[in-house]
Design a protein around this ligand. Structure first.
Ligand code: IMP
Ligand code: MG
Length: 183
């Protein structure tokens, strides 16, 4: 879907498809340099990271492996508690591997903080994080995100993998959801 296809559901367009594409290309150049000696294992966090994983992996000129995890954080409503349950685990042995976690967004940072520690504890040589979007609250948690696509305001956004009630994931850009949609 194009942003125009759901324009009445959006309060504001934050990122267009070309903007996302250009930024992912920049991040890919950094990753190619940083992992020139040893290709990373990309770990995508389902379902939100599907689009960024797919575009990033194809943009990279170095070989990578891809694996996936699905996690759910315990907590009431929209508030993340930091207690995380693994719904789908990796198939890959991380021992001695250089891991790059690929995420759609870092909000409270609690999910990624837990995930980073969990993957590190499996004997990975290094665990770095890429997040396409970062909200201001992420600064409150000590989670080191090596690659950030865009800093965005503290608003609920959808598109490019991000959903509201499983909708809008297939939107090509990112927009702020209009209040009338969830009111
Ligand atoms: P946190 O960083 O532990 O608070 O959780 C981040 C997760 O919450 C992300 O992976 C998303 O699944 C979800 N999330 C946070 N902010 C948004 C948003 O604005 N739109 C859609 N999902 C979001
Ligand atoms: Mg997510």
């Amino acid at each position: 879907m194009k942003l125009d296809d759901v324009s009445t559901d959006l309060e504001e367009v934050l990122l267009t498809e070309p903007q996302i594409h250009d930024r992912i290309a920049e991040l890919a150049r950094e990753i190619e340099r940083d992992y020139a000696d040893e290709p990373p294992l990309l770990v995508g966090v389902l379902k939100g990271a599907v689009m960024v994983m797919s575009d990033l992996a194809r943009e990279l000129s170095i070989p990578v492996e891809m694996d996936w995890m699905a996690v759910s954080s315990y907590g009431s409503g929209t508030q993340s508690s930091g207690v995380v349950r693994i719904l789908k685990d990796l198939d890959t042995d991380l021992n001695g591997r250089r891991v790059l976690i690929v995420e759609d967004i870092i909000d409270s940072g609690l999910t990624l903080s837990w995930l980073h520690a969990n993957l590190q504890s499996r004997g990975a040589k290094s665990v770095e994080i890429l997040a396409l979007l970062r909200k201001p609250d992420a600064a409150k948690v000590a989670v080191d995100v090596r690659y950030v696509g865009f800093e965005i305001p503290n608003k609920f956004v959808v598109g490019y993998g991000l959903d509201y009630a499983e909708r809008y994931r297939n939107l090509r850009g990112v927009g702020v959801l209009a209040p009338h949609v969830y009111a």
